[in-house]
Design a protein. Structure first.
Length: 232
């Protein structure tokens, strides 16, 4: 199989991750991804860009990237990590649960902010795979920085389950339990009745009257950073 064919099929291969662009590849290298292959349309230009934006990975990128004429910019294939969900749930800090997120860019933005806030894990339910190329692009490759997995349903754990929903009580970030599972709903319909029933509490982010909801990734960012900034 040619290298071009491997990159073409990587898009749908559940065993590997396709990384497009320098930002995703930079984070993958920094956070220990097992990169199998890197290709670029101009290795010298990509190396120069890396030297200015990500000097810590520039040498490795220059050394490993192969110049090809069928890619635009830089792309890589990494082995997809196997995520141990039980181990992820026992890591310190809150877990983000995204119930059936539909927009992969939005999903990626949630992973990105969760990685920045050093969250224990991001779990998703529903059809969207958080490791698909558009989610990787949205997260700038930060799936490699923390456990990220799709699950059939939220596994049982000792963690309190907190529904983040516009119908809840106003959130007091400093009072969020440090080991909560923070659950966010799907873009169109919000959290399911099942999850709202199971939740130990339901909290809202205050909004001006007339505004019905925030974007999913914006809500995740607001809650994670509000909590994080109370720790300073
Ligand atoms: C785009 S919203 C879903 C809108 C949906 N029509 C609803 O009313 O829940 C996606 C998710 O972001 C979170 N969200 C958005 N605005 C929120 C707010 N003001 N308070 C709490 N959660 C919010 C919720 O988890 C919600 O399920």
């Amino acid at each position: 199989v040619s290298s071009a064919e491997r990159f073409r099929t990587a898009r749908r291969d559940p065993g590997v991750v396709l990384l497009e662009g320098l930002h995703a590849i930079k984070h993958a290298l920094r956070f220990g991804a097992d990169l199998l292959e890197i290709v670029a349309d101009d290795v010298e230009a990509v190396g120069a860009l890396a030297s200015s934006l990500a000097p810590d990975v520039a040498d490795e990128l220059r050394r490993r990237a192969r110049q090809v004429d069928w890619v635009e910019g830089v792309a890589a294939i990494a082995r997809r990590p196997v995520v141990d969900v039980a181990a992820a749930l026992s890591r310190p800090g809150p877990v983000v649960l995204l119930e059936d997120p539909r927009n992969l860019g939005n999903l990626g933005a949630c992973v990105r902010v969760a990685a920045a806030c050093d969250i224990a894990a991001v779990l998703t339910t529903g059809r969207s795979d958080p490791w698909l190329p558009d989610a990787i692009r949205g997260a700038a490759g930060l799936q490699f920085a923390l456990p990220v997995a799709r699950v059939e349903a939220l596994p049982e754990s000792e963690r309190p389950l907190i529904a983040i929903d516009p119908s809840g009580d106003e959130i007091v970030p400093a009072r969020l339990p440090p080991h909560a599972v923070l659950a966010f709903g799907t873009e169109r319909h919000g959290l399911s009745d099942d999850l709202l029933t199971r939740a130990d509490s339901c909290l809202r982010i205050p909004m001006r009257p007339g505004v019905s909801s925030l974007n999913l990734a914006t809500s995740v960012a607001a809650v994670l950073y509000a909590r994080r900034l109370t720790e300073r």
